[in-house]
Ligand binder design. Structure first.
Ligand SMILES: CCC/C=C/C(=O)SCCNC(=O)CCNC(=O)[C@H](O)C(C)(C)COP(=O)([O-])OP(=O)([O-])OC[C@H]1O[C@@H](n2cnc3c(N)ncnc32)[C@H](O)[C@@H]1OP(=O)([O-])[O-]
Length: 719
C-alpha cells in the first residue's frame, strides 16, 4: 500500500509500504494512484514527495505478479499522471530504486538520492525491458550511450555515479525525506515544463546508425542467444528516432514479445532460485534459520596455486585478514608478485580502496595457529590433503573451521583425519576464484550445522552464490560434468568434430563449448581424475580393449591427447591449436582431424553425419539425467540448487534457466523418451539409463519444477 501524510504544512508525503523492498504490487499501485489524486485535490498541498519505507525506495515491479492475471492500475499511465501534475513531485531515493522503482522516479520532476542509494534498470536480467517508460525517458535524460549501457547490462549505479550521469539532481548524507521536503519547498512555484523528461528531445548523437549498429553487434555477441538485450537496444533506438508517444508504443510492443517468452520465465525462475538456495537445509535437519554462523575475522589459505591465490584475494576483498601459506619458495614468490595486481584490478572494478595490507604471507603452516577458518587449496591429491588436515588439526586453535577447496575428493575422509570432524566442510570455489560467483559448500555426515552456516555466510560476504551440497565424488557440478564430457568424446568417435560439438553448445547459449573449456582448464585435469578413478591407465589407450573399461564404453581420446603432451591452451595445443603456449584464440587443428580419422580407422569406427540436435540431446540429457540422480541421492536439496550451480559455475545460459528447469521446459516425457532411445542405442553407457526419479516424475504427471520436491520427498521417505 501507500501511506499518505501532510508534512511541513504544504507537502503531501507518499510512502510506499510493501516490505521488504516496496515492490510495486497491485495494492501499492492502487495506493499511489489514490494518494496522489488526494494530494492533487487538496488545495493545502503545494508539492509532493514520494519515498519508500524502511530505507528502501522501491525494488521495482512485483516480480511475483508476473505470470499471474495482473490487476490494479498499470504503471505507465500512473507515471504519466505524476509527470503531468502541476504540483512539483520529488522522488526521495534511499536504498534501492530499481526497475519500475527508478521508472517511477523518472516520472517525478526531481530526484534526490541518499549516498547509500543504488539505482538501475535491471529488467534485462529478468528477460524483460524497462517498459514503464524507462527506455524512453532515460536516454532523453542522460543521453543514448549511457542509457544503452545501463539498460542493456542492467547494472546498478551508486548515488554518486547517478549524480554524475544526471539521473539524480542532488545527493545527501542526511535524512532523505527531510532533505526532499526542504528541496521541494525551495522549488515551489518554479515552472515544471522543463522538468518533464518525456518532453525532452533525445540528446543528438552524430552517426546514430553506426552507433546502434556497433552496439547491437556487441550486445548480440554478449547475449549468447538471449533476446532481452537485443529488444533493449531496439527500444532505445526508438527513443532516439521517434517522438515520445511512438517510442512508448514500440517499448510496449517489444515488451509484449518478451513478457510471455520462455526466456523471461527462465530468468525470473533464476531470480527466485537464487533467493531460495540461500535458505538451505540439509538432511540432518539443520537449516539456515536455526543454525547460527560464527563470525570469521581472520582466515587462512593453504597453497598459493591459481585457486589459492584467487581465494586469498576474494577473502581480502571482503575485509578479512588473511594468512596466505605456501611452503614452496618459488610458488610463494610468484604469488606475491601476482596478487597485488589481482587486488588492484578488483578494487578498480568495484570502485573501492585497495586491501593489500590484509594479507600476510608465510612458508610455515604454523602461521595459521590463531585464525578462525582455514581454506586448504593444495594440489588435488588425497595423500597431500590428508597430511595438511592432520597438521591443521594439531596447529589450529580450538574451534577453527577447516575447509577444503577440493573439486571432488571425499570431504568426510579428510574430516576423519582431524580431531574435530564436525568443524570440516568443503568450500569448492571455481576458477578464477576472486571472479566466479559460485561456491559449493560441501557438508559431510559429521559437519556441524554451525560449520555449514559459517561457510554459507562467508560465501555470501564474499559476494558468492553459495549452494549447500552433499558429499560425493565431484559433488554436484563436476559429477554432472562427467556424463556430459563423456558424450562429447563419444560424439567425436562417431564422426563429429570439436568444432561441431562446441558450435552446437554455443548456439544453445554456453559461452564456450565443452572442448574449448577443456583446453582452457587443461586436459590434464580430467586425465588425473580418470587415472585416480582407475579409468585412464598408462598404455591402455591404444590396445584392443581401449574403448571398454570396467565393463562399460570408454573413450580414451582425452588420454591419448594428454599422452602426446597436448594439455590445451597452456601447451598451445589441445582439441584446438593456439598461436603459442598460453594463447587464447582457438583455431581448428588439421592434425586433430587426421588424428580422429586414424583413431576411427584403428578401431573400426565409421564416421557418420551427426546433426546438432543429437549433439545437444546426448550432451545435455546425459547431464540432466545425472542431475536427477543427484536429487534422488539427496546430494542437492532441490532442482534450484543444481540450476544455480550450472548457471553460475558452468556457463549454462541463464535464459534457459539451468539444466533441471530446462528439462521441465522441454518436457520430462520427452527427455525420458530420448534417454530411453539413446540408452537402447548405447546399452554400454550407464549414464544414459534414465534415472528412476525422472520416471517417477513423469508417472506423477510431470509436475512443474517448483513441485518436484514433493515427489523427491516421497522417494526419500520410501528409502
Ligand atoms: C511494466 C514492467 C516494467 C518494470 C519491470 C520491473 O520493475 S521488473 C523488477 C526490476 N527490479 C529488480 O530486478 C530488482 C530485484 N531485486 C533485487 O535486486 C534485490 O532484491 C534488492 C537489491 C532490491 C534487495 O536485495 P537484498 O539482498 O536486500 O534482498 P533480496 O534480494 O534477498 O530480496 C528480499 C526479498 O524481496 C523479494 N524481492 C526483491 N525484489 C522483488 C521484486 N521486485 N518483486 C518481488 N519480490 C522481490 C525477494 O524475492 C526476497 O524475497 P524472500 O526470499 O525474502 O521471500
Amino acid at each position: 500500500m501507500a501511506q499518505y501524510s501532510l508534512v511541513a504544512g504544504s507537502v503531501g508525503l507518499i510512502t510506499l509500504q510493501n516490505p521488504p523492498v516496496n515492490a510495486l504490487s497491485a495494492v501499492v499501485r492502487k495506493g499511489i494512484v489514490s494518494t496522489f489524486e488526494r494530494a492533487l485535490r487538496d488545495p493545502k498541498v503545494k508539492s509532493v514527495v514520494i519515498c519508500g519505507q524502511n530505507g528502501v525506495f522501491c525494488g521495482g515491479a512485483d516480480i511475483k505478479e508476473f505470470g499471474t492475471n495482473m490487476s490494479g492500475p498499470p504503471l505507465v499511465p500512473m507515471i504519466h499522471a505524476i509527470e503531468a501534475a502541476d504540483k512539483p513531485v520529488v522522488a526521495a531515493i534511499e536504498g534501492s530504486a530499481l526497475g519500475g522503482g527508478l521508472e517511477l522516479a523518472l516520472g517525478c520532476h526531481y530526484r534526490i538520492a541518499h549516498s547509500n542509494a543504488r539505482l538501475g534498470l535491471p529488467e534485462v536480467s529478468l528477460g524483460l525491458l524497462p517498459a514503464a517508460g524507462g527506455t524512453q525517458r532515460l536516454p532523453r535524460l542522460i543521453g543514448i550511450p549511457a542509457a544503452l549501457d545501463l539498460i542493456t547490462t542492467g547494472r546498478h549505479v551508486t548515488a554518486a555515479e547517478a549524480l554524475q550521469l544526471g539521473i539524480v539532481d542532488q545527493v545527501t548524507d542526511h535524512k532523505i525525506v527531510d532533505e526532499a521536503v526542504k528541496f521541494v519547498l525551495s522549488v515551489a512555484g518554479k515552472p515544471l515544463d522543463a522538468r518533464r523528461i518525456s518532453t525532452y528531445p533525445c540528446p543528438p548523437l552524430s552517426d546514430l546508425d553506426t552507433v546502434f549498429e556497433m552496439v547491437m553487434q556487441k550486445v548480440r555477441q554478449r547475449a549468447h542467444g538471449a533476446i532481452a538485450p537485443i529488444a533493449c537496444v531496439q527500444a532505445v533506438q526508438a527513443a532516439a528516432t521517434l517522438p515520445y508517444a511512438q517510442g512508448m508504443e514500440r517499448e510496449k510492443e517489444l515488451m509484449a514479445t518478451l513478457f510471455t517468452s520462455g526466456q523471461a520465465r527462465s530468468m525470473q525462475y533464476c531470480f527466485f532460485a537464487q533467493r531460495a538456495v540461500s535458505k538451505w537445509s540439509i538432511p540432518s535437519g539443520a537449516r539456515w534459520d536455526t543454525s547460527m554462523p560464527r563470525p570469521v575475522h581472520k582466515a587462512a589459505v593453504i597453497g598459493l596455486g591459481t585457486m589459492g591465490r584467487g581465494i586469498t584475494v576474494a577473502l581480502a576483498q571482503t575485509g578479512l585478514s588473511v594468512v596466505a601459506v605456501e611452503t614452496q619458495e618459488k610458488q610463494l614468490m610468484e604469488a606475491k608478485q601476482a596478487m597485488p595486481g589481482m587486488l588492484e584490478r578488483g578494487a578498480r572494478r568495484r570502485g573501492v580502496s585497495l586491501t593489500l595490507h590484509k594479507i600476510t604471507y608465510s612458508r610455515d603452516i604454523r602461521a595459521v595457529a590463531d585464525v578462525d577458518l582455514v581454506i586448504e587449496a593444495v594440489f588435488e591429491d588425497m595423500a597431500l590433503k590428508k597430511k595438511v588436515f592432520q597438521q591443521l588439526s594439531d596447529i589450529c586453535k580450538p574451534g577453527t573451521f577447516l575447509c577444503t577447496n577440493t573439486s571432488g575428493l571425499d570431504v568426510d575422509h579428510l574430516a576423519s583425519q582431524t580431531c574435530n570432524p564436525e568443524l570440516v566442510v568443503g568450500m569448492h570455489f571455481f576458477a578464477p576464484a576472486h571472479v566466479m560467483k559460485l561456491l559449493e559448500v560441501v557438508y559431510g555426515p559429521r559437519s556441524s550445522p554451525q560449520a555449514v552456516a559459517t561457510a554459507m555466510q562467508l560465501g555470501k560476504k564474499m559476494g558468492k552464490v553459495s549452494v549447500a551440497v552433499g558429499n560425493c565424488r565431484g559433488f554436484v557440478g563436476n559429477r554432472m560434468l562427467k556424463p556430459y564430457v563423456e558424450q562429447a568424446f563419444f560424439l567425436l568417435e562417431e564422426g563429429a568434430t570439436p568444432e561441431q560439438v562446441d558450435g552446437a553448445l554455443e548456439e544453445f547459449g554456453f559461452s564456450m563449448g565443452v572442448f574449448k573449456v577443456s583446453d582452457l582448464s587443461g586436459l590434464d585435469v580430467g586425465w588425473r581424475v580418470r587415472m585416480a578413478d582407475g579409468f585412464a591407465e598408462p598404455g591402455a589407450s591404444s590396445g584392443p580393449s581401449a574403448r571398454v573399461r570396467q565393463g562399460r564404453r570408454y573413450s580414451p581420446l582425452g588420454d591419448l591427447l594428454c599422452e602426446q603432451g597436448r594439455f590445451g591452451q597452456k601447451t598451445g595445443q589441445g582439441w584446438y591449436q593456439y598461436d603459442k603456449p598460453g594463447g587464447r584464440v582457438a583455431r581448428s587443428d588439421p592434425w586433430l582431424h587426421s588424428f580422429l580419422a586414424e583413431y576411427r580407422t584403428r578401431h573400426g569406427l565409421v564416421a557418420r553425419r551427426i546433426d546438432n540436435q543429437e549433439v545437444l540431446e546426448r550432451c545435455l540429457y546425459a547431464l540432466i539425467n545425472e542431475g536427477f540422480r543427484i536429487l534422488e541421492d539427496g546430494i542437492a536439496a532441490g532442482p534450484e540448487d543444481i540450476d544455480l550451480i550450472y548457471v553460475f559455475g558452468y556457463g549454462w545460459p541463464r535464459h534457459r534457466g539451468g539444466p533441471m528447469f530446462y528439462a521441465g521446459m522441454v518436457g520430462l516425457t520427452k527427455v525420458l523418451q530420448r534417454l530411453e532411445h539413446y540408452h537402447q542405442a548405447h546399452p554400454d553407457v550407464p549414464f544414459m539409463q534414465p534415472c528412476s526419479l525422472l520416471r517417477r516424475l513423469v508417472a506423477s504427471g510431470s509436475p512443474p519444477v517448483h513441485r518436484w520436491r514433493e515427489v523427491i520427498k516421497k522417494v526419500h521417505s520410501q528409502l
